[in-house]
Every structure is written in structure tokens, then in C-alpha cells.
Ligand binder design. Structure first.
Ligand code: WTA
Length: 643
């Protein structure tokens, strides 16, 4: 098993800096959670302090943090930095789809823009507590819109810009948004006229709650404007008042709703509140990214997802970071785009998803090697288990073996990072998210809820107690909140993930629990088999699912993408089977291996196993909903070439 010790230079300068210190702070945070979280809360500026740090009862799915306290999230991300004399420092570096376009906004600029936008929303009738839906691409006004909502106490509900009109409609209706903020059209990769406003128009045909649409002019492409309903952003701000006092919010007032898909069809409106979320995102951003003033920090996620909310906007901005926001995609105009941006803006901290790394790794080392990546100091990943080959590629080719990699495990529901290495502290092992963050108390339980003590165990990942940014409810459906997260293992928060704890007490996420395949009575994690297949030098990516087998119960079907330019030889299948057999055991050997150009993925890069399971099981007449796929055309070729 490979492992990597913290590099001395990082260690000497890190906030925590040694495993002993981590253990000491961690123990304190667990033994005295209220003391610990009261101290961490000092990084936020409060208008009024709390009466009680926490109150919770998992049996009722009732959780509150910093009750009685008052604050404003936008004030914490913008105003106070200006008040403290940092107004001229850069807050946001925006990089356009094409390298010819980029923009820098200082904290002063941001304060001006946010107040204008906040007053524009007010002039459209938005009041404290109202929901505002935001449906945009990655343009600066998106960040401004979030902060403007937070400033006036409106609850934002961001819907990822690639969602269809139908998805937008159902999300707007679920939370009864009053105003929709969008843009004329969008540019992303080779797409230069994504019909955002036209999609919005289709959606709002059936959304009675929407009174106004605020439209940013991004491309200038003609769009229809309904005069009694639609307002141009630039016109609204031109006539808006320039000052807008931040609303005084209670710590438990909602900050935002963000939809996430569940095991059933209807997406859940995950609701986060203000105080605990701000404390947790800023604390985790500080320690995990070890952010030092002036550093350039780039999280490549889209603000349409939780990672963008917590680690492009709220966490970094509360910490007065310079945060990069990118409109485009990693492979446009070519596979060097990420690295070109790293070189151009001298990015120090880079946070991305394993799926992006795999896509880039597949194209070879020449792209990153064309650029100067010396500025990079720390790398991070999120979203799915990272496997050894891409971890090693990230470590050696991108990080030049000198950057710590933080593999951060968390969820939309958790609001912030929960299990992660700390730079300069944790000896990392490729594929492991390692240890819990301060205040986080994970536990592994078997399917009957029995606690699995000690090391070398594998089970369901639960949390024994809340942390400040845990979601507070499913919007409009508290029962669903309780049922989904607190009923399976009473008294505990159930993540829905499987996990093992190794001989060193490190956590390894094995994937969603529903991704476990039982073959001849053996529990097999799809992630584990995929990791093993990925060990074959020609393999770029693999996804395995179970399909019914008369004798074993289930058998394994592997969908495998080879690296560009690699040929399938008559030996490839046997070689892969051999590797899996050697890594895990004969019971894990895929019975069928189908080579494919691509895998069915959601727009956030998650493989939709349900579809693969259906293909593998020959259920091709009922593949289920494929409308949320990034590229639905891969399905047809998978079906036609199934084994
Ligand atoms: C998975 C994203 C392994 C996990 C922030 C989780 C991970 C789900 C990791 C949440 C990681 C996220 N290693 N698996 N570092 N990070 N996951 O809500 O299954 O989009 O439950 O939040 O992604 O996805 P979500």
C-alpha cells in the first residue's frame, strides 16, 4: 500500500502542522464540542452572539446551532473585509470560456455590485424569506446574485445551468420561488449560445409563483422579453440605489436550498441555514486548504452544486480569499485549458473532481507539461472515490510530487467537508479520505445497526452527532428528512455511503451503499473493483454493476473505457480479470467486460449505475429516465454493444 508523508515545507507552514497537534485539537473538539465550536465561530462577525452553541435531537431530526445569534452571510463575505481595510484586494478572478476574457473584482467592486443587485431584487418585490431561483452559467453575476440574496435575507435556490426546462420548473414549484435570475444565453466549451432565457421561458409557463425574471446580458444574443415580467439586470442596477444595508438574520434562518437527487425520483430540496453553515465552511476552508492571505485559490466546481456554494463562494469569501471562477470546461479549446489557467493566474490551491482528472489523464502528459505549474502548492478532490491511477497522476504530473492532495469526502447534505487529510499533517494513501475533520464523529455500523469497533472493518458510514453545517430539513418535507437520514439507524445520521476503516483508522469510502454487489454471499464494493481494473495500464475508466446470476446471486459486469490510442487486444480482457483476481479475489472477477467509448454520466460527472445495471441485466426496454445524462447518446451504443 502506497503512502505519502507530508512534505516538510508544507508542514512547517501549515496551520495545524503535525499529527500530534491534529490529535490534540480533534480530541478537544470531540470532548468539548460546544467549546470548540464557540471558538471557531469567532472567525465570523456576529451582530449578536448565541445563547446556546447547539441543540439537537436526531430522533426528531431537530438540529440548531448558535441559537439566538444574529449575522449576515454577505456581510461576512464582503463588507467586513472592506471595513477592515482590504477593499482593494481581489475577491474574484473570473476566467471566461475563451482565454481572451477574464475579469477581476476587488472586495470594493463586489460590495458595490452586490448592493446594486440586492436593491434590484428588492425592487422586483423580493423580501426577507422569499425564495429566489438562480439559473445561470458560471458568470460573475451568479456569485453576485447569491450574495445579493444573502444580503437581503432571501433564500436562493440555484439550479445548475444545464438542467432542462422541466427540471427547472419542478424545482421552482417545489420551493415556490418568487423571482428567477437567469441570463440571455450562455457559452461553455464549443457551445456558444446555450438558450438559458428560452429554457427559463419554457419553465415559467407552469410556475405560478414566479412574478419576475431578472436577465443578465452575457452574449447579447436576441431573446424574448415579456415586458410586464422580464427585467434586464443592467437596467435594474442602473436605476438601483447604491446602498443596501445587510439584513439582520438569525443563525437558523435559511440561507439556501439546493436540490439533490435521492433514491426516489423527486429531488430533495436540501435546506441549509446561516450561522452554522458560515462557521463550518469558513473553518474547513481555512484548515483543509490551509489558505494563506493572498493565495490564489481555484475550485473548478460549478456553483450549481454544493461544492461551488461552499468552496467557491461562502467558505473562501468569508476567509477573504482570492477565489477563481471559470466559465468553461477542461477540454476547450483543448485539454490544456485547466493548466493554462493555473499558469495564467498563478493558482496556488486547486480543487477538482476525479472525473475531470480521469478525462485529462486519458489525454496524456503533454498537455500539463506545456504549462508552468510551479505555483501549485496544494491539490484537492471531491465528489467520488478517487482511484490510485488518477491520484498518482495528480500527484506526480500535476503536483510534481510536492503538493499534498486532500481527498475530501462530504455531501450536499453535510454542507462542508467531513473526512479529509489535512495538509502537512496527514500521511496520505491514494484513494483514502483518511481522517475526520475536527468535531466530526463518524462511525461504521453493519446493516443491523451494530457498531463496528476497531480497525479493519467495513460498513455503513453514519455520524453520531451533528456538525454546524448539517442540513436542517428537506424543504417542505421534514418527514422525508427524518426518513432519509435518521430512520435507518436510529439516533444517527446515515450518509448512504459504505466505508471501510483500515488498519491505521483511515476511512475509505467504498461508494453508495446501493452500489454494493453481493456475489456468492461476498460483499463487493463497485469502487474497489473499478479501482482494480483501473490498475491496468490501458484503462482510463471503469464502472461495474451487478447482474443476476443463477448460482452466485449476482455476477459482475464491467464497462471499461480505454485510454485514447490504446487498442483492445485479445488479451486485454484476460489481463483485466487477472488484475482483479489478484487485487481482490476470484469472486470479484468480472464475468463480462464490455469496452465502450464513454459511460453514462450526470452533468456533475457521476456515473448513472442504474442505467448500466439495466443494460447489464438486459432490461433494455426500461432503462429509466436518461434525461439527466450529460450525453444521452452513449446509452444507445452501450445497449447495442452489450455482451
Ligand atoms: C460521494 C459532493 C468518495 C459520496 C460534495 C457522497 C465521495 C456523494 C467523495 C455526495 C470522496 C463525495 N470520496 N466519495 N472524496 N466526495 N463523494 O451530494 O458517495 O454531490 O455521498 O456532494 O459523493 O455527493 P454530493
Amino acid at each position: 500500500m502506497k503512502s505519502f508523508k507530508p512534505n516538510k515545507k508544507i508542514k512547517d507552514n501549515a496551520y495545524v502542522g503535525s499529527i500530534e497537534k491534529y490529535n490534540e485539537i480533534y480530541d478537544y473538539s470531540i470532548k468539548n464540542p460546544e467549546g470548540f465550536w464557540a471558538e471557531q465561530a469567532e472567525r465570523i462577525t456576529w451582530f449578536k452572539k448565541w445563547n446556546k452553541v447547539w441543540n439537537w435531537d436526531f430522533d426528531k431530526a431537530d438540529i440548531s446551532w448558535y441559537e439566538g445569534a444574529e449575522l449576515n452571510a454577505c456581510y461576512n463575505c464582503v463588507d467586513r473585509h472592506v471595513d477592515n481595510g482590504y477593499g482593494n484586494e481581489i475577491a474574484l478572478i473570473w476566467e471566461g470560456n475563451d482565454s481572451s476574457e477574464s475579469k477581476k473584482l476587488s472586495y470594493n467592486n463586489l460590495l458595490t455590485e452586490v448592493q446594486l443587485a440586492a436593491n434590484s431584487l428588492k425592487s422586483l418585490g423580493v423580501e426577507k424569506g422569499d425564495r429566489v431561483c438562480i439559473y445561470m452559467q458560471m458568470i460573475p453575476e451568479l456569485t453576485i446574485a447569491l450574495l445579493a440574496c444573502a444580503r437581503i435575507g432571501a433564500v436562493h435556490s440555484v439550479v445548475f445551468g444545464a438542467f432542462s426546462p422541466d427540471s427547472l420548473e419542478s424545482r421552482i414549484n417545489d420551493s415556490e420561488c418568487k423571482v428567477l435570475v437567469t441570463q440571455d444565453t450562455g457559452v461553455r466549451g464549443t457551445k456558444n449560445d446555450i438558450p438559458m432565457k428560452a429554457n427559463a421561458d419554457k419553465a415559467v409557463k407552469n410556475t405560478p409563483s414566479i412574478e419576475k425574471i431578472l436577465v443578465v446580458k452575457r452574449t447579447g444574443s436576441p431573446v424574448e422579453m415579456e415586458p410586464s415580467r422580464d427585467v434586464w439586470w443592467h437596467e435594474a442596477i442602473a436605476s438601483a440605489d447604491s446602498t443596501c444595508e445587510p439584513e439582520i438574520m438569525n443563525a437558523e434562518d435559511p440561507l439556501f436550498i439546493l436540490y439533490t437527487s435521492g433514491s426516489t425520483g423527486k429531488p430533495k430540496g436540501v435546506m441549509h441555514t446561516t450561522g452554522g453553515y458560515m462557521v463550518y465552511t469558513s473553518t474547513t476552508h481555512h484548515y483543509i486548504f490551509d489558505y494563506k492571505p493572498g493565495e490564489i485559490y481555484w475550485c473548478t466546481a460549478d456553483i450549481g452544486w454544493i461544492t461551488g456554494h461552499s468552496y467557491i463562494v461562502y467558505g473562501p469569501m468569508a476567509n477573504r480569499a482570492v477565489t477563481v471562477m471559470f466559465e468553461g470546461v477542461p477540454n476547450y479549446p483543448d485539454y490544456g485549458r485547466f493548466w493554462e489557467i493555473v499558469e495564467k493566474h498563478k493558482v496556488n490551491i486547486f480543487y477538482t473532481a476525479p472525473t475531470a482528472l480521469r478525462a485529462l489523464m486519458k489525454e496524456g502528459d503533454d498537455w500539463p507539461k506545456k504549462y508552468n505549474l510551479e505555483s501549485l502548492r496544494l491539490l484537492g478532490t471531491v465528489g467520488e472515490p478517487i482511484k490510485e491511477p488518477e491520484w498518482m497522476w495528480y500527484h506526480s504530473i500535476i503536483g510534481n510530487q510536492k503538493c499534498p492532495i486532500v481527498d475530501t469526502w462530504w455531501q450536499t447534505e453535510t454542507g462542508g467537508i467531513m473526512i479529509t487529510p489535512l495538509p502537512g499533517v496527514t500521511e496520505t494513501k491514494p484513494g483514502s479520505a483518511t481522517r475526520p475533520f475536527f468535531g466530526v464523529l463518524p462511525e461504521l455500523v453493519d446493516d443491523d445497526g451494530n457498531v463496528l469497533e476497531g480497525n479493519n472493518v467495513e460498513g455503513n458510514l453514519v455520524m453520531q452527532r451533528p456538525w454546524p453545517s448539517i442540513m436542517r430539513t428537506v424543504y417542505g418535507d421534514h418527514k422525508r428528512f427524518f426518513d432519509t437520514y435518521f430512520s435507518r439507524f436510529p439516533g444517527k445520521y446515515f450518509s448512504g455511503d459504505g466505508c471501510k476503516r483500515d488498519e491505521n483508522g483511515y476511512y475509505w469510502i467504498t461508494g453508495r451503499v446501493d452500489d454494493v454487489i453481493i456475489v456468492s454471499g461476498h460483499n463487493l464494493g463497485t469502487a474497489e473493483i473499478e479501482g482494480s481494473i483501473g490498475g491496468h495500464p490501458d484503462v482510463a475508466e471503469a464502472a461495474v454493476v451487478g447482474y443476476p446470476h443463477d448460482i452466485k446471486g449476482n455476477s459482475i459486469y464491467a464497462f471499461v473505457t480505454l485510454r485514447t490510442g490504446r487498442e483492445i487486444t485479445e488479451n486485454t480482457r484476460t489481463e483485466i480479470a487477472k488484475i482483479v483476481r489478484a487485487d481482490i479475489g476470484p469472486h470479484a472477477t468480472p464475468e463480462k467486460i464490455q469496452f465502450t467509448e464513454g459511460l453514462p454520466k450526470t452533468r456533475s460527472g457521476k456515473i448513472m449505475r442504474r442505467i448500466l445495471r439495466n443494460i447489464a441485466s438486459d432490461n433494455i426496454d426500461d432503462l429509466g429516465d436518461i434525461s439527466t445524462l450529460a450525453d444521452p447518446s452513449v446509452v444507445e451504443s452501450l445497449v447495442n454493444n452489450r455482451i
